[in-house]
Design a protein around this ligand. Sequence first.
Ligand code: HEM
Length: 208
Amino acid sequence: MAYADFYTNFHLFMRWLHVIAGIAWIGHLYFFNFVNVPLQGALDDAAKKAVNPKLMPRALWWFRWGAMVTFLAGLILFTMIYMYTPGMGFGPSASFSDEMGVTGRGVWILMGMLLGTIMWFNVWFVIWPIQKKILSGRASAEELPALRKRAGLFSRTNTYLSGPMLFGMLAANHYSAINGATLIVFVAVSLAAVWVAIFHAGRVGQSV
Ligand code: HEM
């Protein structure tokens, strides 16, 4: 039985790492939004003080590091698939572009990656800094509601964006067809996701 070459093995390992880290990240995102928000609303202050210091740091650790590993493995995958050709070296590969320009696969992954990167940015540069401030007790009582609302807004936005983001990830390799209409639908659904998140989070004002 022949063994696959290093590129093929490493490629599959990166795909596995990317998806398993993505599960850890998006799984915690859904837990925060669909399970924890209603739970926190049902707990009184004493129960929150007992539960949250044990729950939140651990859940946020898996959440943010899941996001980081997903992102880094995703960039490695992008380089390996779209910016490298085995035997030829680095540069746009046939998966990324042909004589007609960027391929359908290339367009889908660029759109999926754009949304994934926005989501990763929201985790590391908005949600986590706010949560760190709240958990460390450095936020004043007056600041807390606004901080929770902002974290909740970005968390909800990421939750809704995960739908079109994952569609882009999967469409790259398993669909590829692209034209003006599919592009418009994709962009419209992504904008609608952000709009619903802002509208909904603004109304209920929940935290992460
Ligand atoms: C954070 C930024 C992200 C980047 C830069 C990124 C990048 C990539 C790349 C380059 C591919 C390969 C596409 C191809 O085969 O043509 C891919 C596939 C994929 N990604 Fe992402 N991704 C990101 C986020 C995510 C997230 C959050 C998930 C959630 C689970 C995810 C799930 C997937 C899946 C399921 C595939 C398809 C695997 C397959 O068909 O074998 N990605 N991603």
